[in-house]
Structures are given as C-alpha cells and as structure tokens.
Design a protein around this ligand. Structure first.
Ligand SMILES: [Zn+2]
Ligand SMILES: [Zn+2]
Length: 72
C-alpha cells in the first residue's frame, strides 16, 4: 500500500485544529483523529476540506459502513 505523504499528515493535523479536536459526529473530545472524506487512494486531496475530525468510535463506525459521514 502507498504511504501517506507529508501533505496528508499535515492536512489531518490542520483539520483537527479547525474542528477544535472535537468529533464532528458525536461531539466527543476523547481520542480524535482525522478522517479523509475522500480517501487519498481515490484521489482525495491533501487539504483540510477533505478532512473531518472523528473520535475513534465514530471513525470505526464510518469505516465499517455503520455510519455515513456525508449525511451530516
Ligand atoms: Zn464521535
Ligand atoms: Zn478514516
């Protein structure tokens, strides 16, 4: 698998700062991480517009298809 570039890491960090480190689904501020709305593998851009901050729980649900981040 292709490694994430520096730009993506930077974009994730900037996205979390923009969102105040708060999960954009449940509002939790526990362990949050940046999620790519469009994965970089599918041409997702390495900028904050493509990043949403999610807690570990919601992030996991999004990736398992239980929760859809686009319906917010
Ligand atoms: Zn959450
Ligand atoms: Zn993700």
């Amino acid at each position: 698998m292709k490694k994430r570039g520096k730009d993506h890491i930077k974009a994730q960090r900037m996205g979390r700062i923009r969102d105040g480190g708060i999960c954009q689904i449940c509002g939790g501020s526990g362990h949050t991480e940046g999620h790519h709305l469009l994965d970089y593998q599918f041409g997702g851009k390495a900028n904050t517009d493509n990043i949403i901050t999610l807690c570990r729980t919601c992030h996991d649900k999004v990736h398992r298809g239980i929760m859809d981040v686009f319906k917010l």
